[in-house]
Design a protein. Structure first.
Length: 133
């Protein structure tokens, strides 16, 4: 669309599309896991919305928890940050607008999405094997 209007497409735009694709892959993997783990589909959708929002806010929550004197709160948020997908690792738009976009960030995000997605798919398949229909 931008190219048809006379603009040019930089490589950064293509990397942003790649990062959006990885966010979709992570969201699908988590939704499959929740569909196997939770007994009702509406509950799985509600939990998926919370996971999506917390996955985007986990980095900020960790920073806020680090500023409190309560260490148990910091450790609880750290555990949540490990369990939930960290979508901030796949957010390339801020870096692209600020001029600090790097291929290393794309590689880190891609590796994280591949490992996290594969782990969640394995857990979902293990739950699928145990489920009785």
């Amino acid at each position: 669309l931008l190219a048809s209007m006379g603009g040019r497409l930089d490589a950064v735009v293509y990397w942003e599309f790649w990062m959006i694709f990885l966010k979709i892959v992570l969201t699908i993997s988590v939704s499959l896991f929740l569909a196997m783990a939770v007994t009702s589909l509406p509950m799985a959708l509600v939990v998926l919305v919370f996971v999506y929002v917390l996955g985007h806010l986990s980095h900020q929550l960790k920073d806020l928890a680090g500023q409190t004197p309560h260490k148990i709160l910091y450790h609880g948020v750290w555990v949540l940050n490990v369990i939930l997908p960290s979508f901030h690792l796949l957010d390339a738009s801020d870096a692209a607008l600020g001029g600090s976009f790097s291929v290393q960030a794309v590689a880190l995000g891609t590796g994280y999405a591949m490992l996290y997605g594969a782990g969640v798919f394995v857990l979902a398949s293990l739950l699928f094997r145990r489920r009785e229909f």
